[in-house]
Design a protein around this ligand. Structure first.
Ligand code: TRP
Length: 462
C-alpha cells in the first residue's frame, strides 16, 4: 500500500469561499431563479426561498463542509471513514446525482456559449429591430437544432474537463478568483441601469410583496435552495475536504449563502424589470428561457448594450463553468480517491461518459420527438422531455433526499466532539452551536421529509 499523499489545499483563505461561491453561483441563480420567481408570482416564493436558505440551506452547508474537512475525503470515502459502509451509500447517491445534474446542466451552459457568439455578432454587425422582436423565435429554432445542441454541450463539457484535469489549485481556484468579483460588478451595474427603466418599480413590488402561493410553489422554493447552494450531493463535502484547518466553516458558509442569494435576487430584479417594461410580454416572459429571450432586449435598448452584452454572456458562461467544475469534481474525485486513478485520466473518462449521457437531454428540446415528449414522472409542459424529467428528478427528489441524509448523519451520528471541534474558530467555540445542532436534528429532517411526503402524495413541484 502506498502512503496517502497530503491532500491538496486551497491556496488561500479566500480560496475556499471563492471556489464554493463559484460552485453555488451559476445557472441556478441567473437562469433558474428569475424564471421560477416570475412563474410563481414573486413575493411569497422569494420569501420562502430566503427562509429556506437561512433555515435549511445554511446549516446543511456547514454540515457538508464539516464532513469533508473532518474526513479529508470526497463523499464516498468521507462517509466510509466517518460513518461506515452503510453510510457510504449516501456518497454513492451523491456521485450519481452529480452525474445526472451535470449531464443536463451542461446543455444550458452550452446555450450561454452560443449566446456569447451571437452577441459578439450583434456587437460587430449590429442588432436590428427584427432581431429584437424575434428573440423568442430565434431561440426556439436554436433549441430544435440537434447538431447545434450537441455541439455547444460538447464545447462546455470540454471546457469543464480541461479545468478539472488541472486540479484544485491550478484550475478551480484560479478561475473563480478572477471571475466572481467581475460577475458581481457587472450584475450590480445592470441593476443600477434597470432602476431607470419603467418596469423597475413593478419588478420590485412583484418580487417582494407577499401574495398567494401554491403548495407546489413552496416546495419548489425549497428544492431550488438546495440546487442553488450546491447542496445535497456532496459538492460541499468535496470542496470542504480541500479547506484549510484554520479557515472558519461558519464564516465561509454564511458568506457563500449571502453571495449566492444576492446574485439570484439581483438577476431577478434585472430580468423582471425588463419583462414588466414591455407592452407585449408574450415574447419576453417565456418561462425557462428568459435569460436568453428577455435579456438581449435590455441590451438592445440600453446605451452601450451591444458592447456589454458579449461580456455579460461571457461571465454567465464562466459562472456556469465554476459550477460544472464542482459537479465534475465530485465524480472525478471518487475515481481518484477510491480507485487511485490519475486525475487527467479520470477527468477525461468521466467527462466523456457524462457528455454522452447529456446528448439525450440536448436532443430533448424538439430535435428528437420521443425525447422531447418523454414524461414518465411528470407531464406538465415545462417538465416534459428528457431534460425536464432529469431536472425534476434531481432537484425535487434526489437533492432533498441527499440533504436529509446528510443532516441526519451530522445531527445524530457524528459525535458532538467532532462537530464542535470543526466549527470552532480561533476565538473559541462557535456561537449558536446549540441552535445549529437543533436545526440539523429536527428542523431539517422534518422540513425535508415534509417535502418528500408532499411529493409522494402527488403535490409535485409544479
Ligand atoms: N449551484 C449551481 C447553480 O446554482 C449548480 C450546482 C453546482 C449544483 N454544483 C451543484 C447543484 C451540486 C446541486 C448540487 O447553478
Amino acid at each position: 500500500m502506498q502512503e496517502r499523499p497530503a491532500r491538496e489545499n486551497w491556496a488561500s483563505h479566500a480560496g475556499f469561499i471563492l471556489a464554493a461561491a463559484g460552485s453555488a453561483i451559476g445557472l441556478g441563480n441567473l437562469w433558474k431563479f428569475p424564471y421560477m420567481a416570475y412563474k410563481n408570482e414573486g413575493g411569497s416564493f422569494v420569501l420562502i426561498y430566503l427562509a429556506s436558505v437561512a433555515l435549511i440551506g445554511l446549516p446543511v452547508m456547514m454540515a457538508e463542509i464539516v464532513i469533508g474537512r473532518r474526513s479529508q475525503r470526497s463523499p464516498v470515502g468521507a462517509f466510509l471513514t466517518l460513518g461506515g459502509k452503510a453510510w457510504s451509500s449516501v456518497g454513492v447517491l451523491g456521485i450519481a446525482v452529480g452525474f445526472i445534474i451535470l449531464s443536463y446542466y451542461s446543455v444550458v451552459a452550452g446555450w450561454t456559449v452560443q449566446y456569447l457568439g451571437r452577441c459578439l455578432g450583434w456587437s460587430l454587425g449590429g442588432f436590428t429591430p427584427e432581431d429584437a422582436t424575434n428573440l423568442g423565435e430565434s431561440f426556439g429554432a436554436f433549441l430544435r437544432n440537434g447538431p447545434s445542441q450537441i455541439l455547444f454541450h460538447g464545447i462546455f463539457m470540454g471546457l469543464t474537463i480541461g479545468v478539472v484535469a488541472f486540479g484544485v489549485k491550478g484550475g478551480i481556484e484560479r478561475v473563480a478568483k478572477i471571475l466572481m468579483p467581475l460577475l458581481f460588478v457587472i450584475l450590480f451595474a445592470l441593476c443600477l441601469n434597470s432602476m431607470r427603466t419603467p418596469g423597475f418599480g413593478e419588478a420590485i413590488r412583484y418580487l417582494f410583496t407577499p401574495g398567494p402561493i401554491s403548495k407546489g410553489g413552496i416546495l419548489e422554493a425549497l428544492g431550488q435552495s438546495f440546487f442553488s447552494l450546491s447542496l445535497g450531493m456532496g459538492a460541499m463535502i468535496t470542496y470542504g475536504s480541500y479547506m484549510r484547518r484554520e479557515s472558519s466553516i461558519p464564516r465561509a458558509s454564511v458568506m457563500v449563502c449571502l453571495l449566492d442569494t444576492l446574485i439570484a435576487v439581483m438577476a431577478s430584479v434585472i430580468m423582471l424589470a425588463i419583462i414588466f417594461g414591455q407592452q407585449d410580454r408574450s415574447q419576453f416572459g417565456a418561462s425557462a428561457t428568459i435569460l436568453f429571450t428577455t435579456l438581449p432586449r435590455m441590451f438592445y435598448e440600453m446605451p452601450g448594450g451591444t458592447v456589454l452584452s458579449p461580456l455579460f454572456y461571457l461571465l454567465v458562461a464562466l459562472a456556469a463553468l465554476t459550477s460544472t467544475i464542482s459537479l465534475l469534481e465530485v465524480v472525478v474525485s471518487f475515481f481518484i480517491d477510491q480507485l487511485n486513478w490519475n486525475r487527467v485520466k479520470a477527468s477525461i473518462a468521466v467527462g466523456l461518459a457524462i457528455f454522452s449521457f447529456g446528448i439525450l437531454s440536448a436532443l430533448s428540446f424538439g430535435a428528437v420527438k420521443s425525447l422531447s415528449t418523454f414524461a414518465p414522472l411528470k407531464d406538465t409542459p415545462e417538465d416534459a422531455g428528457f431534460f425536464g424529467q432529469l431536472d425534476y428528478l434531481a432537484t425535487n427528489w434526489l437533492l432533498p433526499i441527499g440533504g436529509l441524509l446528510i443532516a441526519v448523519f451530522v445531527g445524530w451520528f457524528l459525535p458532538n466532539r467532532t462537530t464542535r471541534d470543526e466549527l470552532a474558530t480561533a476565538k473559541g467555540p462557535m456561537a449558536g452551536y446549540g441552535a445549529w445542532k437543533f436545526v440539523l436534528r429536527f428542523v431539517c429532517p422534518i422540513g425535508i421529509s415534509w417535502i418528500i411526503y408532499e411529493v409522494i402524495r402527488g403535490a409535485k413541484f409544479n
